[in-house]
Structures are given as C-alpha cells and as structure tokens.
Design a protein around this ligand. Structure first.
Ligand SMILES: Cc1ncc(COP(=O)(O)O)c(C=O)c1O
Ligand SMILES: N[C@@H](CCOP(=O)(O)O)C(=O)O
Length: 455
C-alpha cells in the first residue's frame, strides 16, 4: 500500500463552502468576509495511528534532518503537508523550554508540579511569532517559485510580528515592510527589523490604525499580508500546543493560560489541542484562559457582559486601547476575536484581565522563582494568581502558562519596576542594586545587611 498523501487547503471558517489553494493570495472568504482556516484532510491523517504520529514527532524533535528538527517542521504533515522542503525557511524555531516553576507555585498555594512556563520567547527573534512566521514566509517562497506575484511581505505590528517577519524574510531574501505605531514599542523590538533590513515605517497611530492601513495595502497585488489574520500563521503557532503535550509526555495540562491581543495565538493553541484530540494523540482537552491587560481588554469586556461564558456568537466591540506596560497587546480591535471565541467555547474557556500593578508584581514574583517574565507573560501570571486565589484553579491541577516573549526585549519594564519608576505601579518586590565602595569591608557590610551573615 502506498503511504497516504496529505494535503491542506484554505476554507472559510465561518461556515460557507469557499475553498482555495494555499498558494493563492487570499485572506478572507470572498462570499462572507469571514477569516479563512487551513483545512487538513483528517481522514488521510487518521490512516496513521496516534502512536505512529507520536513516534514520528518524537523521533524528529530537535534531532531530525534539516528542517525536520524544527519544532514546527517536525510536524510538517499537520502544518503544510504539500510544501516543497526546499522552500522551507527555518530558524530552528520551536523546541522552547518548558520550565517547572516549583517555588512560584508554592507561593500561590499550588503544588510543586502544578505550574509550568512554556518559554516561547526563547527562540530566534524572541517571541512565539517565529512559529507562525516560518510557515508564512516558507509559503511565500513556494508561491514565488510557482510564479505567483509577491513583491514584498507586509505586517502591522506591536513589535514581535515585525521582528519575526523581518528576520525570516531576510533569511529568504524576500523584501519586507513593517508598519509600527510610533513610540509604542520597545527599543529592542524597533531595532530588530531595522537590523534585518526591512522597510520600517513608524505611523502616528496605534496598532489598530496600522492594521487598518496594512489591510488596505495588501488588497492591491504585490504586497502579501503577514499578520495572523492570514491563517498560514495559525498553522505554525498551533504546533505550540502539540509541543507542550509532547514535552509533558503526551499528557494535557488541566489549564492553559495565554496572554491575548489580536487573539491569533489563543485561536492557534485551541486548534492544536483540538487536532490532537481528533487524531487520538490526547484523550481530553485543557481549559483555555485568555488573559488581557485591563487597559486593552475588549474580549474580557464582551465575555463579562455576557455573564462570563465565552460563546462563538458573541460580538466583541472594539475599544480604544489605552497605554499598557504590556505594549505588544495594546490592541483594541482584535482581528481573530471570532476564532478565539470558537476556541474558548470548545475548550470550556475563561477570559480575565489584569491591572498594571497586578501584571508587574506577578512578573516580579515569577522572576524571584527563576523566570525572567516579560510584561505580557506578567498578564498571564497575574490572571493565574487571581484564578488560584479564587479557587477556580486548584492545587493538584496542572497549569501551563504561555510565555510569549523574552524578558530581555523589555528591559525598561524590568529596570523601571526595580527602580520604582513605572507609571501606576507601586512595586512590592523591588530589588534595587546597592552602590558600595570598592573595598572588602564595604562589600562584607552589604552582604551582612542582606543575609545576616558576615563573610
Ligand atoms: C509578546 C506578546 N504576547 C502576546 C501577544 C498576543 O498574541 P495575539 O495577538 O495572538 O493574541 C502578542 C501579540 O499580540 C505579543 O507580541
Ligand atoms: N503582538 C503582535 C500584534 C499582532 O500580530 P499578529 O500578526 O500576530 O496578529 C505583534 O507583535 O505585532
């Protein structure tokens, strides 16, 4: 018997029967304007048993021949099966650490095995966006190889999507254009696409304003849209869920807590768990929690107004997103709200928000237990702390918190916290450095003052 051939295509995710090839330049259903999703041939995929899929994925994980050692491309059959291997643009993404935060869990009254931090920021450009961007830029390379016109790839960004787009395009030799809200992203994020040779455009607006312009820009031929409203991105980010289960020995956590902005990632994680369940790799689903910054919380507001239960038919009214330390999720009109609501409904989800004070202290608390949390991960941690304090998340339940970016991209946040200079934050866990004279005695005094022992 010949091996099963796997294929995927675009399909309207809002229920009409529109379909398209993955090499077509299309982002929305032309009939109903709903976003598309990548539809896999599950019947063909099911011809391999769950045990065979697990063995294949485990065999490739961080070890397979290039590019199959990548956390994304090791699962190629579930991502973009028919893509030619020579068109894969990989930076060995995925395979990010899963930390067990024992001391942090204890502080929350949870058990030592209960809180795990999936460090998606420990990757080439420092955020989870690499997982999706490798797929999108590889798809563009394939399109160009087949003669489809793509002159450049463009995105609107709060700093992480732009960094990933610029790096992957630079690796592939494809021009990139990034639209950034001027003055609203960290210096580290701003310099990333500059260094990688993208055309960096700083617009005098917020992310939602940039998103509007880039959609108009990409409606003309030649410029391909790289934001997560393009469902190719979701296919790569979906592997986060598969990798998480894989790292837990193909077990599913009880809860997954994830920061939400444009809401592509929550949708992707939901998709990953559902696909694993459909193909029998796991026997149950985790509960999904989307965590938003209170300053930019349109999903939280919509769900709270509906009594707290997210359902797919809820309308998420856009808000004017206010300034937040979690600058990458300062988003008021999330493009993937409908997709995220579908994932939340399927995974018995919850939506919570966190203030600037809460997100800052939660990040600092996790840091004291060995993490180095960026402010967005701080939002997810703060929400975990609330749910644990309320008894919604209980001791003995395993929680995976998705850390979405590297803390080093947000040094101003860390410095400001420990200097006590962050707006609207009275830090509870400051640890300022101590300036001492360059003498043994002065150093011994400082050690004795802190630890009560004299060296
Ligand atoms: C660091 C970071 N965390 C979380 C998010 C939220 O992801 P999403 O927009 O997919 O909801 C983003 C981007 O929005 C981000 O850059
Ligand atoms: N945080 C994101 C904003 C949205 O990006 P998306 O393309 O993932 O929807 C960023 O870094 O730009």
């Amino acid at each position: 018997m010949s091996p099963p051939s796997f294929r995927a295509r675009f399909r309207c995710s809002d229920g009409c029967d529109f379909q398209a090839e993955l090499t077509e330049v299309v982002y929305r259903c032309p009939r109903c304007q709903g976003l598309l999703e990548v539809e896999h041939d599950l019947e063909a995929l099911a011809q391999r048993s769950a045990a065979e899929w697990k063995a294949l994925f485990d065999g490739r994980f961080r070890a397979g021949p290039w590019p199959l050692g990548s956390g994304v491309w090791g699962k190629k059959e579930w991502v973009y099966p028919q893509l030619a291997l020579e068109n894969v643009v990989s930076m060995y993404e995925g395979g990010s650490p899963l930390l067990r935060l024992d001391r942090y869990a204890q502080e929350l009254g949870l058990g030592p095995d209960d809180v795990w931090l999936k460090e998606c920021g420990v990757t080439h450009t420092g955020s989870f966006k690499d997982l999706g961007m490798t797929v999108l830029v590889s798809a563009v390379k394939e399109m160009r190889a087949r003669g489809v016109r793509v002159d450049a790839v463009a995105c609107a960004s709060t700093g992480d999507t732009s960094a990933a787009l610029a790096a992957y395009c630079a690796a592939a030799g494809i021009p990139s254009v990034v639209l950034l809200p001027r003055g609203k992203i960290s210096i580290a994020q701003l310099v990333q696409p500059i260094a990688n040779g993208a055309l960096v455009l700083e617009l005098d607006t917020d992310f939602d304003g940039c998103m509007k312009v880039v959609q108009e820009l990409a409606s003309a031929p030649g410029l391909y849209l790289a934001n997560s409203m393009n469902s190719l991105r979701i296919e790569g980010q979906k592997t986060l869920a598969v990798e998480l289960a894989q790292q837990l020995g193909w077990e599913v956590p009880d809860w997954v807590v994830i920061p939400g902005g444009n809401l592509g990632n929550a949708s992707a994680v939901g998709r990953g768990f559902l696909m694993m369940k459909q193909l029998g790799l796991v026997s149950r689903l985790p509960r999904l929690v989307v965590a938003q910054a209170r300053s930019a919380n349109p999903l939280f507001r919509a769900v709270a107004a509906a009594g707290g239960k997210p359902t797919r038919d809820l309308e998420v009214a856009p808000v004017a997103a206010q300034k937040t330390l979690a600058s990458a999720i300062q988003i008021g009109a999330p493009v993937s709200a409908r997709r995220a609501l579908r994932a939340l409904e399927a995974l018995d989800g919850l939506v919570e928000d966190a203030t600037e004070q809460e997100l800052s202290d939660a990040a600092a608390r996790a840091d004291r237990a060995g993490a180095y949390a960026d402010p967005h991960t701080g939002v997810a941690l703060a929400v975990l702390e609330k749910l644990a304090a309320r008894g919604t998340i209980r001791k003995g339940e395993r929680v995976a918190v998705i850390s979405t970016a590297h803390g080093l991209k947000f040094s101003d946040f860390k410095v400001g916290y420990h200097a006590g200079s962050l707006p609207c934050v009275a830090p509870r866990l400051v640890n300022p450095s101590v300036q001492v004279a360059a003498s043994l005695g002065a150093v011994q005094d400082a050690v004795a003052k802190r630890f009560g022992v004299r060296a």
